[in-house]
Design a protein around this ligand. Structure first.
Ligand code: NAP
Length: 305
């Protein structure tokens, strides 16, 4: 029996583990894949205070070491279900089960992928899912942003101040994101909308050298293939939280995010949520770490009641 079981060993989960240990409670972190979360795909982080330019892998190694040296236990097992049995929680994994007095869900969210050939292979070599993380590498270069939601539009605004040229590739001729952002982009001389297209093929050998677009079939005027001469492809087609298996335990919103406010309390007493899988406006490393601290504090307070 652990005081707290944390599901997910990204920055939110490992920060929560550090805070739980600082309250001298026992804690087990369960992770189905490698520790580190989404940030391990980022080569250089420029928005983590105090360690400018650190790689995602290096940062997460340091945080993992800190958590385990403080006494957090970590097991690499995929969680299948969490059940509340009386006052306790039973966490069933593919290999066994654990009991805890409180649970913190820090399972993260994955960027939706385009699902085209070589996308995964070239991630970090021109394919990016985070403009604020990787945008600075494209100073004076050409980039394409894929998507028509607010993330894509914000990304394009951000990248237009860095890159020489920004193409916004969207499959329809109406944007899902805010009109005010679309207007802002229209006023930027180095931004071009490419509407009615979807990426079909990523060009380049060991790094991105362009993208071939195919008509999406949703815009009449988009009829023939196009090639964009770009060094970077920023994919912003939405995120998918890894929360399906917790739908019976806690309330999810329509997009699958676990409903909670800044206090990180879920609809189930004794279950807290931290990081990108929570309903929130800003999904960043620092906000995930902050959630970890808040969720740990709430879990420890819950145990003491
Ligand atoms: P989103 O609103 O779901 O938009 C995803 C976009 O990607 C849509 O335009 C969609 O096209 C397109 N898309 C989806 N799958 C695609 C595919 N396979 N190929 C090509 N295009 C594809 O996602 P989001 O932009 O990440 O935003 C998520 C939520 O966060 C939204 O509620 C958004 O308003 C919010 N957000 C808020 C802020 C802010 O206020 N600061 C910033 C960012 C995001 P269709 O339009 O044709 O479906």
């Amino acid at each position: 029996m652990y005081d707290v079981v944390i599901i997910g060993a990204g920055i939110a989960g490992l920060t929560a583990a550090i805070y739980v240990r600082r309250s001298n409670k026992t804690v087990l972190v369960l992770e189905g894949q490698a520790y580190g979360g989404q940030i391990i795909n980022t080569l250089q982080i420029e928005n983590w205070p105090g360690d400018y330019g650190v790689s995602g892998v290096d940062l997460m190694q340091k945080i993992y070491k800190q958590a385990t040296e403080l006494g957090a236990e970590v097991e690499f097992e995929e969680v299948e279900v969490v059940e509340k049995v009386g006052e306790d929680f039973v966490i069933k994994t593919e290999d066994g089960e654990y009991k805890a007095g409180a649970v913190i869900l820090a399972v993260g969210a994955e960027d939706k992928k385009l699902g085209i050939e070589r996308e995964t292979e070239l991630a970090g070599r021109g394919v990016s899912y985070c403009a604020t993380c990787d945008g600075a590498f494209y100073k004076g270069k050409n980039v394409a942003v894929i998507g028509g939601g607010n993330t894509a539009l914000y990304d394009a605004v951000y990248l237009a101040d860095i890159a020489d040229k920004v193409y916004v590739v969207h499959r329809r001729d109406e944007f899902r994101g805010d009109a005010v952002l679309v207007e802002k982009l229209k006023r930027k001389e180095n931004v071009e909308f490419v509407l009615g297209y979807v990426p079909e093929q990523i060009l380049g050998d060991d790094k991105v050298a362009g993208v071939k677009l195919a008509p999406s079939g949703k815009v009449d005027s988009a009829t023939s293939e196009k090639i964009l001469d770009v060094d970077g492809i920023f994919v912003a087609i939405g995120k998918k939280p890894a929360t399906e298996k917790f739908a019976e335990l806690v309330k999810l919103d329509e997009d699958g995010y676990i409903v909670a406010s800044e206090d990180c309390k879920t609809s189930c007493d004794g279950v807290y949520v931290a990081g990108d899988c929570r309903t929130k406006d800003i999904r960043q490393l620092v906000t995930a770490a902050a959630d970890g601290a808040v969720a740990a504090d709430a879990a420890v307070n819950y145990l003491s009641k």
